[in-house]
Design a protein around this ligand. Sequence first.
Ligand code: CAA
Length: 295
Amino acid sequence: KRPAGAPNAKLAREVTKVGVVGAGLMASQLALLFARQLKVPVVMTDVDQARVDKGVGHVHAEVDKLLDKGRISRDAANRTKALVSGSVSKAEFADADFVIEAVFEELSVKKQVLAEVEAVVKPECILATNTSSLSVTAMAEDLAHPERVVGFHFFNPVAVMPLIEIVRAPATDDAVLATAFVLAKALKKTAVLVKDAAAFVVNRVLLRLMGEVTAAFDEGTPAEVADNALAPMGLPMTPFVLAEMVGLPVAQHVAESLHAAFGDRFHVSANQQALIDAGVKGLWGTGPDGRREIR
Ligand code: CAA
C-alpha cells in the first residue's frame, strides 16, 4: 500500500550512487545504512581529511561490530566497507543521484552546503536534508532548482530507529518525493510525510518531554532526580540518556529552534546550558555493579 502522500513509485528515479555531506556521527551512520541496504557506492565529504578519515573509520568499526555479532557475513562486511569512501572534495558528487546533507544544524551553513553541492551535481540529482528542526523550504529557496530538495529526517541510532520523516517543500517535485519514499522502503524504514514545520512531528513531542524535565531541573530538582523519576515510565531511554546520545548541545539547539518558532511551549534550560558550557557530555556513567550512577 502506498504511504499517505507518496506519489506513484513509478515516478521514482534510480539511485546508483549516494553522497553524504558531513562525516560526523549522523553522517557516518547514514553512509553505512545506504551502503549496506542499497549496495551502491556512498561518498562522504567533510571540511578536512581528519574528519573524513574519522567518519570512514566509524563506518568500518560499525561494520566490524555487525560482523562480530554475526549480523552480517564476512563477504557483505567487506563489500559494505568497500562501498564507502570519503573525500574533502564535493566534486565526488558529480555522478551521484542522491546527496543528503547532515552538517551542523544552522540554516546558513546548510544553505551554503546545498548551494555548493548544486554547483557540482547533475541536473536530476536529488538534494536531501537530514535537518531535525529547520525549514526545508528556506533551505531550498535560493537554489537554482528548489524542486530537487526534500527533507529526509532520520533518528539516532539510525541502524535501529525505524522512522524517516519525509518533508515536502512547496517546490518539491513529485519525482523527487517519489524517490524519497522508494528509498525509505529500500532502506527498510517506515516513511511518513510531515509538514515543513519547525522540528516536524517527532522532535516536537520529544522536546516537550525534555523541556519539562529540564524545567524541573531549572526549578531546583537535581537533574538526576528528575531523570530517574522517569525511569519506571516505560521509555526506551530516560530523557538525559537520550539527550546524551543525541548530544546535549544538539538537544539544546533544537530546544532553542522550537522556542523561537513556538515560544513558551518549549523550554530552553539555563541549567542544561551551564552543563554544556562546563563540557559535561551527560549525567550518567556505569558503576562497578553495571548499574548507572551519576558521573
Ligand atoms: N548504533 C547501532 N546499533 C545500535 C545502537 C547504535 N548506537 N544502539 C543500539 N543498537 C542496537 C544494538 O546493537 C542492538 O542490536 P542487536 O539486537 O543486533 O544486538 C539493538 O540496537 C538493541 O540494543 P540494546 O539491546 O543494546 O538496547 P535497547 O533495547 O535498550 O535499545 C535503543 C536501544 C533502540 C537505542 C533504545 O534505547 C531506544 O529506542 N532509544 C530511544 C532512541 C530515540 O528516541 N531516538 C530518537 C532520538 S532523537 C533524534 O535522533 C532526532 C534528532 O534529530 C535530534
